[in-house]
Design a protein around this ligand. Structure first.
Ligand code: SF4
Length: 149
């Protein structure tokens, strides 16, 4: 199989387990670093727009006009054009934490971080929640939260 992302997904759903079969150590410290630092797209579904609107007590249209941009037909959160801070990052904390999108909720269990141990080490280099003192997250839990775009 050529596509490494498909390889990881296929291993998760088969008897053959991927390299992190014994789990990985992680606990989010809410440092906010994954909400800033480099450009990217945080995708937001229609249900998530609705949830953010309810949380902020504004209409879904206001959420769209104030906080979102449309990229190739999909909605993504705005980010600061110089710092790349997520539009909802306030004082280094997520201001919509309870209703944050699935993509944020599932970090660092993204295929791009799990394709190899080397990719995991790259994620570790900026995510302080990935460290030897953190609790072990089981293979099953990782598989349930695995995020692919
Ligand atoms: S960088 Fe890691 S520890 Fe910091 S908020 Fe993001 S997931 Fe949590």
């Amino acid at each position: 199989m050529k596509n490494p992302a498909l390889q990881v997904l296929s291993e998760v759903h088969s008897e053959k387990k991927p390299w992190y079969k014994d789990g990985l150590k992680f606990s989010c410290t809410q440092c906010g670093k994954c909400c800033t630092g480099r450009p990217g797209y945080t995708w937001v579904s229609l249900d998530e727009i609705e949830a953010i609107a309810q949380f902020l007590q504004i209409s879904p249209n206001e959420v769209v006009s104030k906080y979102l941009r449309k990229i190739e037909g999909k909605w993504a959160l705005l980010e600061n054009s110089s710092t790349f801070d997520c539009v909802f990052l306030k004082d280094k904390k997520c201001s919509i934490y309870e209703v944050r999108p699935h993509q944020c909720r599932t970090f660092p269990w993204w295929l791009q971080n799990l394709q190899s141990e080397e990719d995991w080490q790259k994620a570790k280099s900026f995510c302080e929640g990935i460290n030897e003192e953190a609790p072990l997250v089981s293979f099953q839990e990782i598989s349930e939260n695995l995020h692919s775009e």
